[in-house]
Design a protein around this ligand. Structure first.
Ligand code: GDP
Length: 296
């Protein structure tokens, strides 16, 4: 179980480690969760990468709403950053990463050629918050055979480059970024998608947030999954918990619905894509700013 908690000390250390990695890098591969591209993006990514070519990958695209993923891609493009949808688990879209990196570093190649140098392989690193799929993607890109040998006594661990085809080399360890904890809503979205540990927030609150979101945005998918009568009332979360609990037999002694069980069921099924493909935030929606943030 991953137990990363981000205290200021951890953030400073992660920032230092990412900065060190970037000194040798030609192109940065930034991994985001396609269901929450805004909430899974590190708040200081621009500053960290400092003008280096950057490719955004919207991972877990298999779980996200395809139309909204396309809107996100257009949104990033407008800001001058190329983005691709990928599913690191099945490998869909992964073949496009190499050529996209090559496109982004054309000027570097031109520079090498102008100096009469033979172009070497491009050096890339994968950056992203915990659980976004960095290891899964590395395994996909590199293949298990090449994966670096673990710590062995007497062998000093130094950074290695792993070959991806003939033109790309990947740094053997991805860079771990901290998610933004700018407000409660971002935290809830991270929790719904499984990006942060369930123990960090109240499980019932996370499930209630998820159910309200589903009832508002994907009511048909929610109703179909639990055979609920339509229309749903997104303001009456208690009723939704009750209805789902009854349909699924989450009942405790005395015939009462077991709310914890319903919460666990809904989150597990949502994360596994059982309610269909869902995106929790759109490119057009403004970032949620709470009073606390604006007081700053
Ligand atoms: P890391 O912490 O960033 O290295 O994340 P991992 O590679 O360990 O992935 C976290 C979880 O997400 C694992 O359970 C993976 O199987 C799952 N995962 C990674 N990529 C995808 C994807 O594209 N689609 C789906 N459905 N699951 C994925």
């Amino acid at each position: 179980m991953k137990t990363i908690q981000w205290f200021p000390g951890h953030m400073a250390k992660a920032r230092r480690e990412v900065k060190e990695k970037l000194s040798q890098i030609d192109v940065v591969i930034e991994l985001l969760d396609a269901r929450i591209p805004r909430s899974s993006q590190n708040p200081i990514i621009e500053e960290l990468t400092d003008g280096k070519p950057r490719l955004i990958l919207l991972n877990k695209a298999d779980l996200a709403d395809e139309g909204k993923t396309n809107e996100w891609i257009a949104h990033f493009k407008k800001d001058g950053v190329d983005a691709l949808p990928v599913d690191a688990q099945s490998g869909t879209g992964v073949k496009r990463i190499g050529p996209a990196c090559r496109m982004l570093t054309q000027s570097l190649h031109d520079k090498w050629r102008a100096k009469g140098m033979k172009p070497r392989e491009l050096r890339a690193v994968i950056l992203g918050i915990p659980n976004v799929g960095k290891s899964t993607l590395m395994n996909r890109l590199v293949g298990k055979r090449q994966a670096p040998v673990g710590d062995r006594p007497g062998v000093t661990k130094k950074q290695q480059w792993l070959k991806v085809g003939s033109e790309l080399a990947l740094l053997d360890t991805p860079g771990i970024l901290w998610p933004k904890f700018s407000n409660q809503e971002v935290g809830l979205r991270l929790a719904v998608t499984g990006a942060i540990k369930d123990e960090l927030l109240d499980y019932g609150d996370v499930a209630a947030y998820a159910l309200q979101f589903l009832a508002r945005t994907y009511p048909h998918q929610l109703a179909a999954r639990y055979d609920l009568s339509y229309p749903l009332d997104p303001e009456d979360i208690g009723e939704l918990f009750e209805a789902i609990g009854k349909k699924r037999g989450c009942i405790v002694r005395g015939g009462m619905v077991d709310m914890d069980k319903v919460a666990e069921l809904v989150l597990r099924e949502l994360r596994a894509g059982k309610m269909g493909r869902l995106t929790l935030e759109t490119a057009s929606e403004k970032e949620v700013v709470t009073d606390e943030d604006s007081r700053g």
